[in-house]
Design a protein around this ligand. Structure first.
Ligand code: UD1
Ligand code: CA
Length: 490
């Protein structure tokens, strides 16, 4: 008994410590093949910059403080776009290849002197956003198990053109790798290899930085290729192994616009599948554009050709009808959005009904059960519970109370050419059709504004305001005119 205990206490200090892991994301390249003025990693798929996807995956593996984004082309723009993620940045001012990117990150990843900060460096490509944390974790565990200096992730592609090919030591069996050959340097025989280098690696940090200076630019591109580390490790008799992913879709890159659109479609279909799984009905999901961060509650129905963008949150039991585009907005439960509604940075409370063809511009807040109808435009307004503006109306910079009725064609004249002014409409006020409310103005509660009024002075509560020319009727005028015209033609 005592012996057993002793053995146990001895064993615990020798239990292997989990490796200290850093993740380097290579994101300094220009993306020449996109023919774009924007850096490749800032192009969006699934509604988010490509690099943001890779960072989000990296954060599922290690905390932001251990993630290093290597940036270079348009570095400031890239930094700004993803600064909120909390990752570190390493500047690769001149982009001399993927190997050079890791050379530049030497100090950040290995520390200076002989104290290494990390055991493992996981290298991700900033332009391959579909990779999952599970696969990377498997790759890292495989690397540890194999006691390798370099472990790469590979995939079998039907069309391997353009990718680096994996040359295994033994054709059959065995994970050990002889070399990675880039498309440009490959022999016709090597070009037939369908196993490609995904551009995701795990390195033993000390080994990487002991040997990285052996890289040279003697290759087809005149660049420092990180892929050449495979051969370099061979020469110094260190182990290089490969793990093949069963899901080749995970490693696809975004070197061309066509590739980018394939990935975008994949991501959006995956998003739709996740929402269907959570109880959302989506008709013809391939026609919908739903960004990755969008949330939708159960039993909400999304009709064909709907776009839900940015940080939009939609409650349960809503219906979003066709051709609506909703960005960065929050909808509570049981909201009905009729066709062709456009909404940006707005909020809608439970049971409200919007559209068809309602345009809600930023800062519109619509209360419970309220209605906004055909061709109603709103901007920066608060509308209370149960209020209605159903037809052909512009409401801007307005505070509207509860149970207010806004007649067809009402306009808040909020802009005098220099500044914006506010309109206040209190509870239960009734605004007749075709009224113009010249702000700043206040319409008191329970009051009436007569149709076609131009209101320039405040209306007290319980009053009726008329602001239009008095009607005059000329009896027989039309008949007299017709008779006169007949005489002329005789
Ligand atoms: C690379 C691999 C190739 C692999 C493919 C997988 C090399 C030499 N080749 O080729 O074997 O099949 O990825 O997608 O590595 N970058 C920098 N700094 C640089 C150069 C590139 O940060 O100086 C970044 C790029 O922004 C990009 C990533 O590294 O995010 C990969 O570079 P890219 O030029 O796209 O390499 P590929 O030609 O795709
Ligand atoms: Ca690439």
């Amino acid at each position: 008994m005592a012996k057993a205990l002793k053995t146990k206490s001895k064993a615990s200090p020798s239990t292997p410590q989990p490796p200290r892991i850093a993740i380097a994301i290579m994101a300094a390249g220009k993306g020449t093949r996109l023919k774009s003025k924007h850096p490749k990693v800032l192009h969006e798929i699934g509604g988010k910059p490509i690099l943001a996807h890779v960072i989000a995956t990296a954060k599922q593996i290690v905390p932001a403080q251990d993630i290093f984004a290597i940036i270079g082309h348009e570095a400031e723009r890239v930094r700004e776009a993803v600064a909120g993620t909390g990752v570190n940045f390493v500047l690769q001012a001149e982009q001399r290849g993927t190997g050079h990117a890791l050379m530049v990150a030497r100090e950040a990843l290995s520390g200076n002197g002989n104290r290494t900060r990390y055991d493992q460096v996981i290298v991700l490509s900033g332009d391959a956003p579909l990779i999952t944390a599970e696969t990377i974790k498997k790759l890292s565990a495989f690397h540890t198990l194999q006691k390798a200096a370099m472990t790469l992730l590979s995939a079998d592609l039907d069309n391997p053109y353009g990718y680096g090919r994996v040359i295994r030591k033994r054709a059959r069996g065995g994970a050990e790798v002889q070399a990675i050959v880039e498309e440009k340097s490959a022999t016709p025989q090597q070009k037939k290899i369908r196993e490609i280098n995904s551009g995701f690696y795990v390195f033993a940090a000390p080994a990487l930085y002991e040997h990285i200076d052996r890289l040279s630019t003697k290759n087809a591109h005149g660049e420092y290729y990180l892929t050449d580390m495979a051969e370099i490790f061979q020469r110094v008799r260190q182990k290089v192994v490969v793990m093949k992913t069963s899901d080749a879709g995970e490693v696809l890159g975004t070197n061309t616009r066509a590739e980018m659109m394939v990935l975008d479609a994949r991501l959006r279909m995956a998003k739709c599948r996740a929402l269907l799984e959570e109880g959302v009905t989506i008709y013809y999901p391939h026609t919908c554009v739903i960004d990755s961060d969008v949330e939708v509650g159960a039993d909400t129905v999304i009709e064909p050709f709907v776009q839900l963008l940015g940080k939009t949150k939609i409650g349960a039991d809503c219906r979003i009808r066709s051709y609506s585009v909703i960005g960065n907005s929050t909808l509570a439960d049981r909201v009905i959005i009729k066709p062709g509604t456009i909404m940006e940075a707005s909020r809608v409370d439970a049971g409200a009904v919007l559209g068809p063809y309602t345009h809600m511009r930023p800062g519109s807040e619509i209360g419970e059960g309220a209605h906004l109808g055909n061709f109603v435009e709103t901007k920066k307004i608060k509308m209370g519970k149960g209020s209605k503006a159903n037809h052909l109306t512009y409401l801007g910079d307005a505070e509207i109370g509860e149970a207010v009725n806004i007649g067809a064609g009402t306009i808040t004249c909020n802009y005098d050419g220099v500044t914006k002014h506010k309109t206040v409409i209190e509870d239960r006020a009734f605004i007749g059709s075709d009224s113009t409310l010249v702000a700043p103005i206040k319409i008191g509660r329970d009051s009436y504004v007569a149709a076609a009024s131009c209101i320039t002075e405040d209306v007290p509560e319980d009053a009726l305001a008329l602001g239009r020319a008095r009607q005059s009727v000329k009896e027989g005028w039309a008949r007299a005119r017709r008779d006169a015209q007949k005489d002329q033609h005789r």
